[in-house]
Write a protein that binds this ligand. Structure first.
Ligand SMILES: [Fe+2]
Ligand SMILES: [Fe+2]
Length: 192
């Protein structure tokens, strides 16, 4: 019988572009290195990280139909459908993982579900994946090395920088901000 890791790699190889496959591998490598010493289950982090973009090849329409057919309840669903359906790949990914791999573990499923938009009160595994996804070896932008180094020392500080950079990027393009991201930001923003 094939082990889970082998099954995951085969699934990703069949369903993702070579670039996305490579990205998933690099995210898992970085996520595992960040997870060490954090008191989290490394295997769960690795599984979530490898699979986080497993639904990324689906089109916006496919994502919407897939989630509607499975009667998924997603906050701001109508808004996301209208303005940024591709963001649904994280929610669809969690569903694919459940269906294809029979994984029911909430820590894994939630890390995948919230890797793009985040949510208030995220677990350490969720934060690690959120950060690793933005800082993996295949990502290249100014200042990334410094943020990577920060992530190794202080995951919460790196999380705030990654989240604020995502928001700044959307705003700099004059685009609409997903209310789920705003909820995440407002939860973690300084209270004074
Ligand atoms: Fe993603
Ligand atoms: Fe990703």
């Amino acid at each position: 019988m094939k082990n889970l890791e082998q099954k995951i790699f085969e699934y990703l190889y069949r369903n993702l572009s070579p670039k996305r496959f490579e990205h998933s591998y690099y995210v898992s490598k970085f996520a595992v290195s960040l997870a060490e010493g954090k008191g989290v289950n490394i295997l769960k982090v690795q599984t979530a990280a490898l699979l986080h973009d497993c639904a990324k090849s689906m089109t916006g329409k496919e994502l919407i139909n897939f989630l509607k057919n499975h009667k998924r309840k997603i906050k701001y669903f109508k808004e996301i459908i209208k303005y940024y359906p591709q963001l649904l790949h994280s929610y669809a990914g969690a569903l694919v993982i459940k269906n294809e791999f029979k994984i029911k573990d909430k820590e894994i499923l939630n890390a995948v579900k919230y890797h793009t938009l985040g949510r208030p009160s995220m677990s350490m595994t969720e934060k690690i994946l959120f950060v690793a996804d933005a800082l993996s070896r295949d990502r290249k932008y100014k200042g990334i090395v410094e943020i990577r180094n920060l992530a190794k020392k202080d995951i919460d500080a790196a999380f705030m920088i990654v989240l604020s950079n995502k928001i700044k990027y959307v705003l700099s393009g004059g685009k609409r901000l997903c209310p789920q991201t705003v909820d995440t930001w407002n939860y973690y923003a300084k209270k004074d």
